[in-house]
Design a protein around this ligand. Structure first.
Ligand code: GDP
Length: 318
């Protein structure tokens, strides 16, 4: 049963998805927690392979599990790789949640996403708006898989008394992001596009959509800090949103990225590209009551993300 506060110290802690942006931020954050960190390379155990996952958990018996393994991508990736997004994310959730239960894990955190809320949910979006209306169609397969994971956590709590919890991060960015020109999220896409335009001396940068959608962005190391805080102090079947509580239009955001990168040309918009959901801002009052707020401003976070891009870009070129 739930023990709060949950002591991480000295525990075997498994980060599923440690090579991803979120998982690697959790690994960085856990370095100051005095835990026995467990990770597993994909070549050793494909987390989509149920038998391999059950086997690995039976051997390693993690006591705390962060379920940060996911197939993720921006609006185009979600909308075109629809089968992969639903299949991979469902199977990752079912394998790891069931394996954690079977092998006696004391605590598990499932990471969802703000896209589980209805497309036209009242803003800012409260945790109880899940399943109150239709989803945004461009990322519906991903959202359905994440909702299934949340419902699993709820069901395991209710049937088995497992101390499993779910958190919903807003749009994330930072070190370890994916800079793929088509498939990335907007932050990584624009950092790369403005950087390349600056280097090439290009007169114009095209930003997708109308520039009017509003998004909230959280620096991934802040997310990791919030996750550790909640892992230690929170136990309930109610979700917890993790965000900054502030949003910005894509047009304003593009100007901010251009400023951080030092690009001085023209910014134009391509409305033939999808806008996605008009606004996505999380209500973070539950998180605030639980004693956490995001320390990194968007301006500072973008500067840090640009430095990370330059480092990662250079490493990739070497
Ligand atoms: P979303 O929050 O699920 O819609 O994910 P994205 O991060 O992919 O997109 C956020 C918003 O940024 C959408 O309105 C996009 O149309 C807009 N956007 C503008 N330029 C880009 C770009 O180059 N790549 C992506 N992925 N989105 C962009």
């Amino acid at each position: 049963m739930a023990k709060t506060p949950f002591e991480l110290k000295g525990r075997r802690v498994f980060v599923a998805g440690h090579r991803g942006m979120v998982g690697s931020a959790l690994v960085r954050r856990l370095a100051s927690e005095d835990v026995e960190l467990l990770t597993v390379a994909r070549a050793e155990v494909d987390l989509r392979n149920q038998a391999a996952v059950f086997d690995w958990f039976a051997k390693k018996r993690p006591q705390a599990v962060f379920l940060a393994a996911a197939k993720v991508g921006g609006i185009i990736a979600n909308n075109t790789l629809r089968a992969e997004f639903i299949y991979d994310n469902l199977v990752l959730a079912t394998n790891i949640i069931q394996a954690s239960h079977q092998s006696g894990a004391e605590k598990l955190m499932f990471l969802g996403s703000s896209c589980i809320y209805p497309r036209l949910a009242p803003q800012p979006m409260r945790e109880d708006s899940m399943l109150t209306g239709p989803l945004e169609i461009t990322n519906e397969p991903y959202a359905i898989a994440k909702i299934a994971g949340i419902k699993m956590v709820e069901a395991y709590r209710s049937q088995y008394g497992s101390d499993f919890i779910s958190v919903m991060p807003t749009n994330l960015y930072g070190p370890g992001d994916n800079y793929h020109p088509e498939y990335s999220h907007v932050v990584a896409a624009l950092i790369r596009r403005f950087h390349e335009a600056k280097v090439a001396g290009a007169p114009e940068v095209v930003v997708w959509g109308t520039g009017t959608p509003r998004r909230e962005f959280l620096y991934v190391d802040d997310l990791a800090d919030a996750c550790i805080h909640l892992m230690k102090t929170y136990s309930s079947d109610e979700l917890v949103n993790i965000g900054t509580g502030e949003d910005i239009t894509i047009a304003e955001f593009a100007r901010m990225v251009a400023g951080a990168v030092g690009y001085r040309g023209v910014i134009s918009f391509d409305p033939s590209r999808p806008d996605g959901t008009p606004r996505k801002l999380l209500d973070v009052s539950r998180l605030a009551r639980l004693g956490w707020r995001a320390p990194t401003s968007l301006e500072d976070g973008i500067k840090l993300a640009y430095q990370a891009f330059l480092r990662e870009h250079q490493q990739a070129a070497e």
